[in-house]
Design a protein around this ligand. Sequence first.
Ligand SMILES: Nc1ncnc2c1ncn2[C@@H]1O[C@H](COP(=O)(O)OP(=O)(O)OP(=O)(O)O)[C@@H](O)[C@H]1O
Ligand SMILES: [Mg+2]
Length: 478
Amino acid sequence: MDDDGRGEDRLRLLVRSVQDYAIFLLDTGGRITSWNAGAERIKGWTAEQIIGQHFSVFYPPEDVAAGKPAWELEVAAREGRLEDEGWRVRQDGTRFWANVVITALFDERHRLEGFGKVARDMTERRAAEEALRESEERFRLLVQSVQDYGIFMLDPGGHISSWNAGAERIKGWTAEEIIGQHFSVFYPPEDVAAGKPAWELEVATREGRLEDEGWRVRQDGTRFWANVVITALFDERHRLQGFGKVTRDMTERRNAEQALRERRRLVGHLVDAQEVERRRIAWDVHDESIQSMVAVAMRLQLLASRLPEPHASAVAGLDESVQAAIGRLRGLVSRLRPPELDRHGLVEAVSGYVDDVAGRWGLAHSVRDELTAEPSPAAAITLYRICQEALSNVHKHARATRVDLHLSTVDNGTLVRITDDGVGMAAGDAAAGHFGMVEMYERAEAAHGWLSVKSTPGRGTTVEFWLPILPDVPGLEP
Ligand SMILES: Nc1ncnc2c1ncn2[C@@H]1O[C@H](COP(=O)(O)OP(=O)(O)OP(=O)(O)O)[C@@H](O)[C@H]1O
Ligand SMILES: [Mg+2]
């Protein structure tokens, strides 16, 4: 008995001091008869201020007008308890979102003694839920309106259950037309016959996701090249709920890639044919013209040694012209067929060329060699040709006083930088009908490398290019 009394005291103390719940009692008429710390914290009134007042002060005017407080007590009295969520009013007039449980209290003879009321302030949780709902709604809107991706859902059996704007744009069907249909309508007949749609769902279910690229069919029967990702959607108990499917139309990219590959193949052929032709001409010039001119020069020298003056001097003069012509032809041959490339490697060949031409053009020059690997013969020829064109441009256009070359090995490739201190050029200077630059770009790209030209008017030009060391493999993906 004593113990019971202390227990009850302790319980009363607990109720009085709980902060998170407003716990209070109403008499049968709805007047407040007790008040705890939580009620004061949540609603604002102190016990002295509120005890004796009718609990309808907690309700917004519209609820009071609708008779809600009285109705709630009626239901609680009839059914034993009532739970409600809704707006309530604090002492200072602000509102909060409350979860309220009203419990009817009966004595042992089943007469209503009053009500116990427990209220919680759920404003923050409600705000969090609201925020979540809003962000989900925004996300749904985003998915709905995305144009570049077809995003839709399938039920576990493969029937379409949602559809977005991108799916309509890419595939042609409207949501009304397609929802409920089986997704195999997107596959070409041969894929359907081979059981591909079902197989894709199986794999996605087993592995969580599946990515595929292939032909798909639009509503009008035309085909497009699609990139497809199917993701299996499981609930928290790991039961399959369906599939999410994201589709992109890659037709244009595929066409562009094919066109690029084709162009590179052609440029590669052209460049090869050009090299072969240049070598042939070089051999012809060397074997026929130079050889016979050398023979002529020898005869002239012999003749000059046997003739009296002034004929000897005249013939010697002829011999000089022939020697000069031979020199020019040798220069032509070496430009057509750079011989040092095969024998001494790239740096030697490029240095030789720069020494030769920059010397003749009166340009200060330097070659910095930081190569740690020799490029393949095919790459070396391309590198050499690009250097030739870049240097001839410096000569023809730059009005520079010096040109500097830097060769290094970077990223399994050869990086070459050619810098002049000339007049530079404005963007878009590459005039129509000039093919030197275009050819440099094409050569670099055909060899799976890149080339860039940086220039500021008045501040010189830098041509930089990189080619992989490995020989060009035709048809290799970039
Ligand atoms: N180093 C440079 N300094 C200044 N201008 C340059 C330089 N390199 C190229 N240019 C400009 O870019 C233009 C295009 O060069 P490109 O090599 O394509 O043609 P080109 O040399 O005039 O003719 P070709 O077809 O014989 O090479 C040049 O006409 C020139 O105006
Ligand atoms: Mg040029």
